[in-house]
Design a binder for this molecule. Structure first.
Ligand code: FIX
Ligand code: ZN
Length: 412
């Protein structure tokens, strides 16, 4: 294949290959208001909240006390009307509107609102999945959420496009309170780990894995996460999550490096980043070779060491350019490095969408970067005389966009 047509083929295959988006905060429409969508939700995305406060001098309390439509008007004014919306998160809103066929140049928020008001959520899921070419969406499902838990407890017919992932941050970052909640739900646990505690945490994990059909379980952790250690988190991992993972052949996803609430005034937008210790991940992988780990890290400084860790441990699958890593310059750099270090045994991206519509922009922005980096790599191979066939390109891209992840979590 000529270099020009190789690049065009890779770009086309990456566009046309449906994605399994392995980590989002989206919900099956049966969860009602938990599934966020539409122009006001797009504007009040926490990425935009923190960017708008860089310009606004109103007290935080005034912002939070206002109705949502007032908040989004303030954000729209600051980030779209008073300054050009060049940040990645602002550009994302415009990409969404553009892909939906709306004229962004009118800068007309009221008419955008009217347009969105005409949709039914179920139909809109279909539209967004079509536009983003997404075949499956992993939710983030936590029994600790009082709005979510009752829906699972009632039971419902699942929308097959949504996969479940069992999320349990409180178990590892706030064990004393998590223990109280588990106790309240009938699990015989004690805050001091005495008696049946670990067996009962395992029973909790098994019950919820079964109830929601969890494809994997997951946690986000601060940068000071250590393993091994004399911490609640390390004990629960060793004595409950690891045996649970082996028994149910369930991978454990670690998202490491978030410093929650560094500015509480910003609420959900107030979290920051810290450099973590990748050796904790290596030690987990070494101590539990029969367990499978998925991992993404928040600090740019950790990306190289994490990739090296994946070279050393086949039970580690790295994924995504998480949150502050999810900007084009860094996605390109990290994706290139990953392909150079571990080839195609990686899931380069997840969307982390909180608002359904964002599927469109997150994938529209990432796909061309993945295609560019991959085409460069094939070009380098072509220079040796190795020409990838179209079938090989399709196979490789399917792997990068969710296939390698499915193979990893399915492996025994
Ligand atoms: O912990 C997480 O899953 C994070 O992705 C979120 O908490 C975060 O707020 C986010 O939306 C990042 O993209
Ligand atoms: Zn997330």
């Amino acid at each position: 294949m000529h270099a020009q047509s190789l690049r065009a083929t890779v770009a086309e295959v990456v566009e046309k290959t449906p994605v399994f988006d392995i980590h989002t905060h989206l919900y099956d429409p049966v969860f009602g208001d938990l599934l966020l969508w539409g122009i006001d939700e797009l504007l009040i995305y926490h990425y935009l909240v923190s960017e708008s406060f860089r310009w606004m001098d109103m007290p935080y309390e005034k912002f939070w006390a206002a109705p949502k439509q007032q908040q989004t008007e303030w954000i729209w004014n600051e980030l779209f009307l008073k300054h050009s919306p060049v940040s990645e998160a602002c550009r994302g809103v415009l990409t969404v509107l553009n892909k939906l066929g709306l004229d962004v140049n009118k800068r007309d928020l009221p008419s955008l609102r009217k347009w969105f008001a005409g949709w039914k959520p179920e139909d809109y899921v279909t539209r967004c999945c079509e536009l983003a070419n997404v075949r499956k969406i992993a939710m983030t499902n936590t029994p600790f959420d009082d709005a979510e838990r009752p829906v699972w407890e009632r039971g419902f017919t699942r929308d097959p496009r949504f996969a479940a992932a069992l999320r349990f941050d409180p178990l590892l970052v706030d064990w004393p309170n998590a223990a109280k909640r588990l106790h309240g739900w009938g699990y015989k646990v004690s805050a001091d780990f005495s008696g049946q505690t670990f067996a009962e945490v395992r029973r909790f994990l098994a019950d919820w894995t079964k109830k929601i059909g969890a494809q994997y379980c997951m946690v986000s952790l601060p940068p000071d996460f250590e393993f091994p250690a004399q911490t609640d988190a390390a004990k629960i991992i060793e004595h409950a999550i690891m045996p649970h993972g082996r028994e149910h052949n369930q991978a454990f996803a670690l998202m490491i490096g978030v410093r929650r609430n560094v500015n509480p005034q910003l609420q959900l937008a107030g979290d920051s980043v810290g450099i973590a210790d990748v050796t904790a991940v290596e030690r987990l992988c070494a101590a539990f070779p029969q367990n499978k780990f998925l991992c993404t890290m928040l600090a740019r400084e950790n990306q190289h060491a994490l990739c090296v860790a994946a070279r050393k441990f086949r039970n580690l699958h790295i994924f995504g350019c998480w949150w502050f890593m999810n900007v084009p310059s860094i996605i390109e750099e990290i994706t290139r490095m990953r392909l150079e270090l571990i080839g195609l045994s990686v899931t380069p991206q997840h969307s982390d969408c909180r608002v359904l519509d964002q599927l469109t922009y997150k994938w529209a922005h990432s796909r061309p970067i993945i295609a560019k980096v991959l085409a460069e790599k094939y070009d380098d191979l072509a220079a040796t005389g190795w020409q990838p066939t179209r079938e090989e390109i399709e196979r490789d891209v399917h792997g990068l966009l969710g296939g390698a992840f499915e193979e990893f979590i399915g492996r025994r």
